[in-house]
Write a protein that binds this ligand. Sequence first.
Ligand code: FAD
Length: 572
Amino acid sequence: RAYRAFNDYPSLTKLAVVFTVSGGGLVAFSDSRPFGGAYADAIQANHNKRKVVVLGTGWAGTSFLKNLKDPSYEVQVVSPRNYFAFTPLLPSVTVGTVEARSVVEPVRNIVKKKGLDVKFREAECLKIDAVNKKVYCRSSQDTNLGGEENFTVDYDYLVVAMGARANTFNTPGVVENAHFLKEVEDAQRIRRTVIDCFERANLPTISDEEKKRILHFVVVGGGPTGVEFAAELHDFVTEDLAKLYPSVKDHVKITLLEAADHILNMFDKRITAFAEEKFQRDGIDLKTGSMVVKVTDKEISTKERATGENRSIPYGMVVWSTGIGTRPVVMDFMKQIGQGNRRVLATDEWLRVEGSDSIYALGDCATINQRKVMEDIMAIFSKADKIQSGTLTIADFKDVINDICERYPQVEIYLKKQQLKNFLDLLKNYQGNAQKETIDIELFKAALSEVDSQMKNLPATAQVAAQQGAYLANCFNRMEACEKNPEGPLRFRGSGRHRFRPFRYKHFGQFAPLGGEQTAAQLPGDWVSIGHSTQWLWYSVYASKLVSWRTRVLVISDWGRRFIFGRDSSRI
Ligand code: FAD
């Protein structure tokens, strides 16, 4: 109680509490609140707490904080934004299907848990000093409340969950002229710009040619985010704006540029085909095999992969959604620990950064090092008698892969379904004879190293990040018990690597909203569902996944408001 009172009234310490350390014991005196021994014990207990610093309040960081229950940690959270954002609904925020405040939850609400010692600092991490176990931070620069504050935070354990930034592939002019769709502010900016384009095109002095340019909305990137945004924009234009701006509605055009041959590449082919046909029916101009090479303030330059032809596309607004890149602070840390040649932080299967015992990394800024898995595969094969005697068959190979999948459950989905298939295709190509049953070891090794270089990481999704956060919190919750039992669970004693079971990703499926109240879903077991009923599945899953009852109520009422009144087109 005394400790809680101390926490509630920290200013009292300045006024009334005098500390002296005597005879190895901590004694506290206070002229107004005599806490005596209890207070001293609390302070001592606080000193003994292990310091956990969490960088980031996105999917991974928040999931960690929500699941952390052990009160024996002193937790400091550092993030430039004091809220958690439900990113899957950001495309809906860009057109006002849901409001920005409905998809965010203040971090302080999330960490306000009985008995847990969690402090939040609105600041960004500038540098991680892994040698001295320190993090250098700077107060958030978005506020107008005066100069920046720099401070350091010490840690015993560091949880790096800083996510990623938009990847521009260093394409000239993108940062200056394109919108990204990564943060809540990005979605709000896009919403304002769409309305700006319509209002400007509606001015009496604007020529038809210029109207066409201003109302040309270009989306770069045919992944789930780009596709969902194009679909939301199309719905906004046809359902709401066409009625409000009848004189310019015929000038509106939406183009989706994708460098690969198809959109939604990570989905089943049936979903890709359905999405492409639907976009064609809706009049969304889908240009595949088209690489953006430059963006100016009014034009996008592309190079067509098939013909090599260069094109110039006049536009009014461009949204860039081509995947994720490394944040500078993460890159700096990676260089420090000898991972400078990687794109994201490599961790082991327990989410520990390779070579840094007390640093964990999760979410979009990290990946489990699959190369280790491939090394193990090589080790298994090089020992196999059949390889030595040249009698290894494709059937044997499948058995070994199954064996490996059991040992590394988190790679099962990729290795088994995708890589195995790729590998067999490759092998057949290498061997030049699809019917040949025995595998040539040299060809096999060459194919294996090619697969190794293509080895897919876990996808950068909220699903992975949230599961990793929950997994790590669970490990932290059990850390004390494990320290008292250093041998750990029987199953993992032999490995000598960690006390907990390795992280195991469970894939629950993926949605691709396509507009017009239709969604595609790819569920576990390659079960595909597309259409209006899947849209209702999407509504229910996303409503249930929202982080709090407050946001759930807000989002559901936003959906209801949109059904009844349509989307709001005010430019505020
Ligand atoms: P983030 O959620 O990005 O969080 C990173 C955190 O780090 C943020 O709080 C940020 O402020 C903080 N941070 C940044 N820099 C610093 C710094 N220097 N110091 C301290 N903190 C810092 N995934 C799905 O599974 N399903 C979907 O439907 C889906 N839809 C998406 C739609 C959009 C528009 C976007 C952008 C992403 C979507 N994703 C989806 C992907 C998903 O959002 C990410 O995979 C997920 O956010 C990754 O979580 P994270 O915690 O690693 O990073």
